[in-house]
Design a binder for this molecule. Sequence first.
Ligand code: UD1
Ligand code: CA
Length: 453
Amino acid sequence: MSQRSCLSVILAAGEGTRMKSAVPKVLHTIAGLPMVAHVVKAAEAAGSGELALVIGHGADEMRKAALKFAPKAEAFVQEKRLGTAHAVLAARVAISKGYDDILVMFGDTPLIDPEALAAARLKLAEGAAVVVVGFRTENPSGYGRLIEKAGKLVAIREEKDCSDEQKKITFCNGGLMAVAGRHALKLLDQVGSKNAKGEYYLTDIVEIAAAQGLDVVATEASFENALGINNRAELAQAEGIWQQRRRREAMLSGVTLIAPETVFFSHDTEIGADTIVEPNVWFGPGVKIATGAKIHAFSHIEGATIASNCDVGPFARLRPGADLRTKAKVGNFCEVKQAIVEEGAKVNHLTYIGDARIGAGANIGAGTITCNYDGYSKFFTDIGEGAFIGSNSSLVAPLSIGKGGYIASGSVITESVPDDALAFGRARQRTLPGKGKELRERFSQAAAARKKG
Ligand code: UD1
Ligand code: CA
C-alpha cells in the first residue's frame, strides 16, 4: 500500500424513509454488520487511515453506533440535506488538514471493493486530480452518466439533467470518488446549485476540474461496487451478493459447503479448512471454528468457539459462550449456552446445557437439563471428567458432579456429587404383581356405570 496519507469521507446523512424504519438506513445490517460499517472496513482495507463520517442533524443513534464500528472516525453534521457536494463540505475541517488522497464514499453502498478504492488511489498517485469509479450496466436509469470526449471524462450528468442522447450512455457513476487532497476544497467550493434538483452535486467537480485542464480519470469496477440500498428489497439483494462472495471465499479456503446457497455467514465468521457444513446452517456473530469440524444440517450457531474435529448438530443451537473443545459432540435438539464442553465430551440428544463445564469425555444422556436459573439469578454446574449423566436428569445449579460421577437416569440432582459416586435423585420403583389388570377392570366397570346412568 502506498505511503500517501488518505482521508475517507463517508456520506451517511440520508433519511432513508423508503426503508420504512425507525432505524437510520445505513445502520441496517448486512451479515450482521451495519452497511456503513462495511464501507468503513473497505476504506480501512484500502489503506485509508482517517475517517470522516457525515451524518444528519440529530443523528444521535448514528453517533452511538459509529463509536462501535468506527471508533476513530470523526463525525460531522450536515444540518441541511443540500446535496452530495454540500455533504462532503460538512467535513471541511478534516479535509483542510491536508491529505494526499481524499476518498468519498456513500454509507448506503456497502459492497464496495477495497481493490476498486486502491485502484482509484493509484490513479491519484499517478497525478490525477479526480478519479471516478464507474461501472457499466444495461439499465442505467437513476445513475449519473459518465460523459466522455475523445476518451477523456469531461462531466457527470445526473439522470434528471441528461439529454435523451446522454440517457443512452451505459457507463455510470458508481458513487465512489477519489480526489487529490490539494485540489479538493478548491473544487468543492466551486460547485453551485444549478441543477434539476437544486442540489449541490459532488459530481459537478468533474466538469469543473476538466475545464481547468486538470487530469480527470474514470476507472471501471463491477456493478456491486455501486449497489446503493434504498429499500429492504435492495438490502436483501446486497445480503445475497455478500453471502455469495463469502461462501465462495470459504470454499476456496478449504471448507466444504454441500449446499452453499443455504449457509449464511456473519461478517466475522472464522472457519477452518476441512470443516464440512451441511445444508441450512446459520452463523450469527462471533463464531470461530477450527479445522475438520462437522456442522450438520439445520444448526444455529452464534458467539461460539468450536475446536477441531467437533461434531455439531443436526438441529443444534449453540449460543454465545458455547466453547467446544477438540472432538466434543453436541447433537440433535441440544442447546448450549455459556458452557465449556471439554475434549471428547458428548451432549448428544435433546439437552440444555447453560452456565456449565462438561469435563473431558463426560457423557450427557438424552433430555438432561442444567437448571441454571431460578427466575432471578444464574448458577453454575460443573461436571467432572468422565462423568455419566443418565437420561432425563435435571441438574439443579449451583452444583458440582465429581470426576467419574454417575447419575441415575430420571434424577433431580440438587446436591453436589463426589468423584466416582453414584447418585439417585428419584423415587424408588415399586412393582405390584397383578395390580395392572385389577386397575384396568376397575376403571372399565366405572366407565360402563357412568354411561348407563
Ligand atoms: C448518486 C450520484 C450518482 C451516482 C449514484 C450511485 C451525485 C449527485 N449523484 O446519486 O451520480 O450514479 O449516487 O449510487 O452524487 N447524501 C448526504 N447528504 C446530501 C445528499 C446525499 O449525506 O445532502 C448522501 C446520501 O445519504 C447517500 C449519498 O450521499 O448515502 C448519495 O446520495 P443520493 O441522494 O442517494 O444520490 P443518488 O441520487 O443515488
Ligand atoms: Ca443513492
